[in-house]
Design a protein around this ligand. Structure first.
Ligand SMILES: Cc1cc2nc3c(=O)[nH]c(=O)nc-3n(C[C@H](O)[C@H](O)[C@H](O)COP(=O)(O)OP(=O)(O)OC[C@H]3O[C@@H](n4cnc5c(N)ncnc54)[C@H](O)[C@@H]3O)c2cc1C
Length: 421
């Protein structure tokens, strides 16, 4: 009999965990209180990092990012825009930082290159012409919801079961070992037995642990906000040439420009407020790179919470962007694995490591196979797994039309709606 494993949370880490656990042969069930990628994993910058942002102060994360940047390009290129990125220095101090950046990138194996500033200004006409130094890196942009839908389609085809709109109330234990979960759906509360549980609730992981009467694996939830400008003011991802800080990234996303962000630690990731002064500060910082942003129209803004690991003496900027898969047996919960930290960029690796840790727990070795996410939608459809044919047919009929690029989210939504039970 296959061991039963529950994954709690349908963000990028939980989706990839479900994919690899199903691939490893476990009877895998994913529980999500909303639908796929409903929280941080669809409310972030949308970057697949090259790792350069972390190359100076967080080599572990920088190496993970460049390795995953390459891996995702090989298994999911159709969900990525290969925009490239620039690190831009506008002051002498920032230009000096360029030396550290190039050194850090070399150490992490990130292909970073000094660029002629006049060439960069020609390529990016909205840039501040006071540019003193520019370095190019292989940052990319991801169509986040479509990518998440492809991961869930692949997991479903491998046999994972998805339970949406199902809130996991507690993780249940007996004599220090996991027995299962208590879940609530439409007001019906039920217990389900599991041999292992993966807590992939991201920034909400501590809350679930506290409700279950457990401690350990402390988190530092950190809020960020993004301003979405009408119009596309840049072609590549733009980063300031300095240590990671506020308002220092502009991402070209479809026809918009997305400016972010802040990093404010909050007590409660379910309940926080964005201050007006933070929005103004981001706008001021962003307009150092692209002056037009000081008065361009903001269409809307969104916020989300990073699932950072709490580290002694670190704040939300200096805390590592690497991740941990923690087996909670030392905290009295054998069979419970908590995922902390990480990036959207490293969600695949987090899932692979989660499946490896669970396999090790049951005395088996896991040898992962790369999924072909580029063909996941077609295979899902060919397998007759799409539930609402009407939505898919309407969307597919427009695939050759002028709206082709805008129709993919509808196809992804039809697929995402079909993976649930
Ligand atoms: C402002 C900002 C910008 C960022 N930009 C980038 C970027 O450009 N590139 C990058 O790589 N990373 C970026 N990140 C980081 C990245 O977005 C996150 O690390 C990643 O999305 C976290 O994924 P996750 O699956 O761990 O968490 P989430 O996506 O938050 O998923 C957790 C899921 O668990 C569910 N859940 C919670 N509690 C329960 C429960 N009790 N029962 C059932 N379900 C539950 C939630 O509904 C949610 O769907 C950014 C983060 C922030 C905040």
């Amino acid at each position: 009999m296959k061991e039963r494993v529950a994954v709690i949370g349908g963000g990028i880490s939980g989706l990839f965990s479900a994919l690899y656990l199903a691939q490893a042969g476990f009877d895998t069930h994913l529980y999500e209180r909303k639908t796929i990628a409903a929280e941080t994993s669809d409310n972030f910058h949308g970057m697949i990092h090259s790792g350069a942002r972390y190359a100076v102060n967080d080599q572990v994360s920088a190496r993970e990012c460049i390795s995953e940047n390459r891996k995702l390009h090989s298994i999911a290129a159709s969900f990525l825009d290969n925009t490239g990125g620039y690190f831009l220095g506008f002051t002498d101090r920032e230009a000096e930082f360029g030396d550290l950046l190039l050194k850090g990138c070399a150490a992490a194996g990130i292909p970073a290159r000094e660029e002629d500033t006049e060439m960069v200004i020609r390529a990016e006409p909205h840039l501040n012409h006071a540019l003193k130094r520019a370095v190019s890196v292989p940052d990319k942009v991801v169509h986040a919801f479509e990518f998440a839908a492809a991961v869930s389609a692949e997991a479903k085809m491998l046999g994972a079961k998805f339970h949406f709109r199902t809130d996991v109330v507690t993780v249940d234990l007996k004599s220090g070992t996991i027995t299962g979960i208590t879940e609530s759906r439409n007001g019906n509360v039920e217990k389900e037995s599991f041999d292992a549980v993966v807590n992939a609730t991201g920034p909400f992981a501590s809350g679930l642990m506290a409700r279950s009467g457990m401690t350990g694996s402390e988190m530092m939830p950190s809020v960020g906000s993004m301003l979405v400008y009408e119009g596309r003011y840049n072609n590549a991802v733009l980063n300031r040439m300095r240590m990671p800080s506020d308002g220092d990234i502009v991402v070209p996303y479809g026809g918009s420009s997305v400016l972010g962000t802040i990093a404010t630690v909050v007590e409660d990731p379910e309940n926080y407020k964005i201050e007006e002064e933070d929005i103004n500060m981001m706008r001021d910082e962003g307009s150092v790179m692209i002056p037009t942003l000081s008065d361009a129209r903001i269409r809307y803004m969104y916020s989300s919470v990073r699932p950072l690991m709490a580290e002694e003496g670190k704040d939300s900027r200096s805390a590592s962007r690497s991740f941990q898969v923690v087996h909670m047996k030392d905290s009295g919960a054998e069979g419970l694995f908590t995922l902390t930290g990480g990036k959207y960029t490293t969600g695949r690796l987090i899932g692979e490591e989660a499946a490896r840790a669970v396999s090790r727990h049951f005395g088996t070795e896991f040898n992962p196979i790369d999924p072909d996410l580029d063909t996941a939608f077609q295979r899902f459809q060919a397998a007759g797994l799409v539930r609402d044919r009407d939505i898919l047919d309407i969307a597919l009929a427009r695939m050759g039309s002028m709206d082709r690029d805008r129709i993919m989210p509808a196809i992804a939504a039809a697929i995402a709606a079909s993976v649930g039970d």
